[in-house]
Design a protein around this ligand. Structure first.
Ligand code: C2E
Ligand code: CA
Ligand code: CA
Length: 393
């Protein structure tokens, strides 16, 4: 597979602070960025760095912006070019025309002083749609608290045919300034690879616990499930840290469930077992997520101190398409119960599936039919509405 090109920005300006301003803004949006102040360094960078976007100051003492524009034209560069200057619009327009006549891909002009909003809007136009996410952009997003949390209802079967929402799963969301909403399936792996997962998870936990207090005040007592990555289960200090975080906001550990995937549980069995056991001792709930999709599901289940088993979507979705899927779901519910665990089915998209789960005595259900992941303030109304619709027993 050919490797994807990153968005790469090269800026030349004789003012180092302006260089810094532009390259920082670009990094925040996911660009790799280099800034230079000298024409020679610029020529070298054009050859070696191969930028996809060039920001060029037209007016530099000791360097001629027009000359550099010509240089780009002669090299036949494919980069998008943005000119910046304190000169009036007419000069900028002429420079653009000149660039075009050299065969350059002129993107526009930035009038100095450059406003951050204008700069971001312009850079947004030159990002590739299939932009790979950089660790720098994710770091900036975590620092700026751009990672949000959505909550998906988890309904509990309190009596046959009566499913009451008593908890939620917290799901991370990244609203990227230029790419829009990015799936956690894409950015969690970046966070794991670049040592950012701990900070990200802390933010998700903090946000979710704060949200719980808001719901409490509105008369809605909900448990909250948090997804944990493998690395965190190798950190012996983690259980104490989450216990402190919960104590700080006065949250009872019994209300917090950590969801762990089987592959996560297998990462380093010794330490993982230690961390998970400490969590259970502190009364946190532990859920084995995506059950049935890993490689040694049964062994992990038998070894680790889980309190809930989440039946993977792939089985739940198919209960009416394949008899075998029905058998699997039914058996997983039975297995959970024999091991004194709660069974939770994921990916419940229809009333029929919920009825089937009801019939096999599944304890919890989660899926679009009950509610999609949503913002905390929206969830409150949705949950109250769902619960009010449930038959009284
Ligand atoms: P997951 O833990 O298995 O979460 C359930 C995923 O299934 C969510 O996708 C949810 O939106 C989706 N889903 C829920 N109900 C239905 C349904 O009825 N039908 C279908 N087709 N899909 C449904 P999402 O939010 O994109 O999250 C994807 C994965 O990202 C999660 O899978 C979880 O493994 C990971 N993730 C999310 N937030 C975090 C986080 O804060 N930390 C870590 N480590 N991982 C996270
Ligand atoms: Ca999960
Ligand atoms: Ca899952």
């Amino acid at each position: 597979m050919p490797e994807l090109d990153n968005n790469k920005l090269l800026v030349i300006d004789d003012q180092p602070d302006l260089c810094e301003f532009i390259s920082e803004a670009a990094r925040g949006m996911g660009f790799e960025a280099i800034a230079v102040t000298e024409p020679d360094a610029f020529r070298r960078a054009v050859q070696e760095f191969q930028p996809t976007v060039v920001v060029l100051d037209l007016q530099m003492p000791g360097a001629d912006g027009i000359e550099l524009l010509r240089y780009l034209g002669e090299r036949g560069t494919k980069a998008q070019v943005l000119v910046a200057s304190g000169m009036d619009q007419r000069v900028l327009a002429t420079a653009q025309q000149l660039g075009r006549s050299q065969g350059l891909n002129m993107l526009g002009a930035l009038q100095k002083p450059i406003l951050l909003a204008d700069l971001e809007a312009t850079l947004r136009q030159c990002m590739r749609a299939d932009t790979p996410l950089t660790p720098e952009a994710l770091t900036a997003a975590i620092e700026r608290r751009e990672i949000q949390v959505h909550y998906q209802p988890k309904a509990t079967r309190v009596a046959p045919g009566r499913w009451v929402v008593e908890g939620v799963e917290a799901l991370a969301r990244w609203h990227h300034p230029s790419l829009g909403a990015i799936s956690p399936l894409r950015f969690i792996s970046v966070a794991e690879k670049h040592g950012l997962i701990r900070r990200l998870t802390e933010q998700v936990i903090e946000t979710a616990l704060r949200q719980c207090r808001v719901w409490d005040a509105a008369g809605l007592q909900l448990s909250v499930a948090i997804n944990l990555s493998p690395q965190l289960l190798n950190d012996l200090a983690f259980p104490d840290q989450v216990a402190r975080m919960a104590a700080q906001v006065g949250a009872d550990a019994r209300r917090i469930i950590f969801e762990v995937t089987e592959s996560a549980a297998m990462f380093d069995p010794g330490t993982t077992m230690d961390v998970l056991t400490r969590m259970r001792v502190k009364n946190f709930g532990l859920s084995i997520d995506d059950f049935g999709t890993g490689y040694s599901s049964l062994k992990q289940l038998y070894l680790m101190p889980f309190s809930e088993l989440k039946i993977d979507t792939s089985f739940v979705r198919d209960v009416f398409a394949h008899e075998d899927a029905r058998t699997m779901v039914e058996t997983m519910v039975l297995l959970a119960h024999k091991l004194r665990l709660t069974a939770c089915a994921e990916g419940v998209e229809t009333q029929e599936i919920l009825d089937f789960l009801d019939g096999v005595g599944c304890d919890r259900a989660q899926g679009y039919f009950i509610g999609r992941p949503m913002a905390g303030d929206v969830l409150e109304g949705a949950v109250k509405e769902w619960n009010a619709k449930q038959p009284q027993s």
